[in-house]
Structure formats: structure tokens, C-alpha cells
Design a protein around this ligand. Structure first.
Ligand SMILES: [Zn+2]
Length: 403
């Protein structure tokens, strides 16, 4: 063999060496990330909680819609509900001149139809509850801002006001955003709030969920440890963690990149939810289908992020959103006959259970998935291009896939 013919080999080996040298940690994490044997899709819907009785009606509509769709194992799509157990009692807070906090919670009789509708969906197997805060704000942050902000006092004065209309920075529950930039909360305060939420969950729904969704994806290790100590095992993330709000209210730069199955503080495990599907914002079923194809190629689950806001709009808008959700799920079932609909807790369990039938087996198949993950990883784009691997790996994956 001439020296010249060995050049591509040296080049390839050098590229791999450089990739390892600069990105070893990412490569190890991508290899360790669980690989799924079949497409898994979950609809995650946040912000459900106190509201008018019409919310109960739409929850029943969602239950009916989901119960009519079945995967290959006979399971219906699961919509996880990120439950917010309460909201500020604006009238009482204003009566106190914003001097003390008062709340209205789901255990009040006026919210009984909403609780009953949620329970019906759980009994049908189409709803699974997740923690999303006792309120969608930190009470002292709200009070602090309300003393200075007439707009916020107007929000408090409106009995029909929803948490979705709060300023974005205030919607981050796990930081003190009374004054921006935000500050970290005291650990004792966080622990007391987490326990209070779990106690109320048990009173309203009989149990406290094992899955938590940080409001606006702002949280830290202290929150994770408090969650873990109160029974949380899994934390839903967007693949990033944010730890605060800047002076202009925007999220601070993400502090870390997160992959499925990665452990957090206190022994919690992460699940990544990174497909935004909000029909009320114009997102269409076709976008969901494309995203699921991309996730299936790298053996990852697809968690769709949606919110109550898509389903509490005016009736004609709400109907259109429901129809689009149904079209997205029905289309997925047709495109992926082996699709499985799971709850996030069930998925997380499966990803952590060695030998689970949901996990891909065989080193070669896992290696192909690993190579596809490399090609899809944003942080590796530059290194793959410079090393030339960006052009070598796709044909290699195709050849290996045929073996
Ligand atoms: Zn939320």
C-alpha cells in the first residue's frame, strides 16, 4: 500500500482524535444517553390549575380526543398536565395593600369541576400529573413588584386573570424576581414551598407526582434536592437549565446542556422536552411529524411542549387547536405503526431500566445511533466540519445501517 493511499486513513484517524481531544465529555454523554427501540411520543401540557368551569369542559374534550387514538399496544396518547395548584387571590392581596400574600387553590369547591375532569382523564389513562408549582410565580416576587407596578395591580384586580398574562420574569417560580436581575432564593424557603406543594397535591389528587417541570425552565440544584427529598424522581427540561433572569427580565444564558437520562442533584433523572407545539401560535401537525422523524433517527423520545393557552381560547380557536392536536397524533400513528404513547414517568422508568424492551439493543445499532447523534449535535458542528468527519460519517452510517 502506498503512503499516498494511507492519507485518507490518517486524516480520518486524526479527525477522530481531535474530536475526542476537544469533545470527549460530549461524546461520552451521547453514547450513554438511552437509545429507544421504537418511536415514543408524549404530549406535555403545562399551566393547568384554577380557572373557570369551561376549563373542565375542554379537559373532558381532550380526554375524549386522546382516548379515541391508540398505539400498536392499545395505549392512548398521554397528555401530561403540569399542574399549578393555586393562583394569587388578587382581591385579598389588594385589600391588604399588597402587604401580605393570599392565594386561591384547587381544593376550593369552585374548582371541583376542574379537579373532577382531571381525575376522569387520569382514570382513562390519558392524563398524567406533573408538578408545576403551587403558583406560577414566587409569592414574594409578585408582592414586591405589585407594590411598584400599577399594571400588576390591575392584573390582581381582574378575577379572571390567568398566570399566562404575568410578566415572563415573574412566571419563574424558583427565583426571587421582585427586583431584577433576579436573586437566588433561600434554601429553607424553597424546601418549605416544595413541601407545601406536595401536601396540597396529596390533599387534592391523593398523591404527589414524581415528575416536576420547572416553571420557565428556571431552577437550580437546591430546588432539585428539595424535590428529590419530597418524592420527585424525574425533572422535565428543555435540554438546558436556566438559573435566573437578567436585568431586562430575559433568561440568563443557560448554565448547562442536558440529555435524556442524565442524573441531577439528589438522584433525580432528566427527561428532555424540546419540540414546541402550540397550535394557538400557528404550529402545525406537519412540524410535529418532521420533529418526530428527526428524533426517531437518533433514537430519542419526542416530548411535545404545549400549554393550557392553546385550549382555553375562544371556542372556534380552541376547536381548531384540538383538531390540530388530533391531526398531529393521528398522522403520527399512521406514519409510525410501531409508535408508543407513554407517560413521562413511564418513559423515564423505561430509560433507566436495564433490559427494558423500550431500549435499543445490539452494539452496531447503538453505534449507528451514536454516529447520527454526533451529526445532529450542535456543539460538534464546527469540529465535524473542520475534521472532515461531517462528510465521511453519513455514508458510513448508511453502510452500517444496511449490515
Ligand atoms: Zn408554565
Amino acid at each position: 500500500m502506498s503512503t499516498l493511499s494511507l492519507v485518507p486513513l490518517f486524516w480520518f484517524a486524526g479527525g477522530c482524535g481531535l474530536l475526542w481531544l476537544f469533545h470527549a465529555r460530549t461524546l461520552i454523554r451521547l453514547w450513554r444517553e438511552p437509545a429507544l427501540a421504537a418511536p415514543v411520543v408524549i404530549v406535555e401540557s403545562d399551566d393547568w390549575g384554577p380557572g373557570p368551569v369551561e376549563d373542565a369542559e375542554v379537559l373532558d374534550r381532550i380526554t375524549g380526543l386522546l382516548a379515541g387514538i391508540r398505539d400498536s399496544a392499545g395505549g392512548a396518547p398521554v397528555m401530561t398536565l403540569g399542574v399549578v395548584l393555586g393562583k394569587p387571590d388578587g382581591a385579598a392581596i389588594l385589600a391588604d395593600d399588597c402587604g401580605a400574600y393570599h392565594r386561591s387553590t384547587l381544593d376550593e369547591p369552585r374548582y371541583a369541576p376542574i379537579v373532577a375532569a382531571i381525575m376522569r382523564g387520569c382514570a382513562e389513562g390519558v392524563f398524567a400529573l406533573q408538578r408545576h408549582g403551587l403558583e406560577h410565580c414566587w409569592p414574594d416576587s409578585l408582592l414586591g413588584q405589585a407594590r411598584r407596578d400599577a399594571g400588576l395591580r390591575a392584573w390582581l384586580a381582574d378575577p379572571g386573570a390567568r398566570s399566562e398574562a404575568l410578566p415572563p420574569a415573574l412566571q419563574s417560580r424558583w427565583v426571587d424576581a421582585a427586583v431584577l436581575p433576579s436573586r437566588a432564593l433561600q434554601e429553607a424557603e424553597i424546601r418549605a414551598a416544595v413541601i407545601e406543594e406536595a401536601v396540597l397535591f396529596r390533599r387534592v389528587f391523593g398523591d404527589a407526582p414524581e415528575v416536576a417541570v420547572p416553571n420557565t425552565f428556571v431552577w437550580d440544584d437546591v430546588v432539585e434536592r428539595a424535590w428529590a427529598d419530597s418524592g420527585v424522581r424525574w425533572v422535565v427540561t428543555c435540554g438546558r437549565r436556566y438559573e435566573g433572569r437578567a436585568a431586562d427580565g430575559r433568561l440568563l444564558p443557560a448554565s448547562s446542556r442536558i440529555l435524556n437520562g442524565q442524573p441531577g442533584s439528589g438522584g433525580v433523572g432528566y427527561v428532555v422536552r424540546d419540540v414546541y407545539f402550540e397550535p394557538i401560535r400557528g404550529h402545525r401537525a406537519e412540524q410535529v411529524w418532521r420533529a418526530v422523524d428527526e428524533h426517531v433517527a437518533v433514537a430519542r423520545p419526542t416530548l411535545l411542549e404545549t400549554h393550557r393557552e392553546s385550549f382555553i381560547a375562544a371556542p372556534e380557536v380552541r376547536e381548531a387547536c384540538l383538531a390540530e392536536l388530533g391531526r398531529a397524533l393521528e398522522g403520527l400513528r399512521q406514519r409510525h405503526p410501531d409508535i408508543r404513547f407513554l407517560s413521562t414517568a413511564a418513559l423515564a422508568e423505561a430509560m433507566h431500566l436495564p433490559g427494558s424492551p423500550f431500549l435499543l439493543t445490539g452494539r452496531l445499532r447503538r453505534f449507528c445511533v451514536f454516529l447520527r447523534r454526533l451529526l445532529a449535535e450542535p456543539v460538534l458542528v464546527r469540529a465535524l466540519k473542520l475534521s472532515g468527519l461531517r462528510f465521511v460519517l453519513p455514508p458510513l452510517v448508511r453502510i452500517l445501517s444496511r449490515v
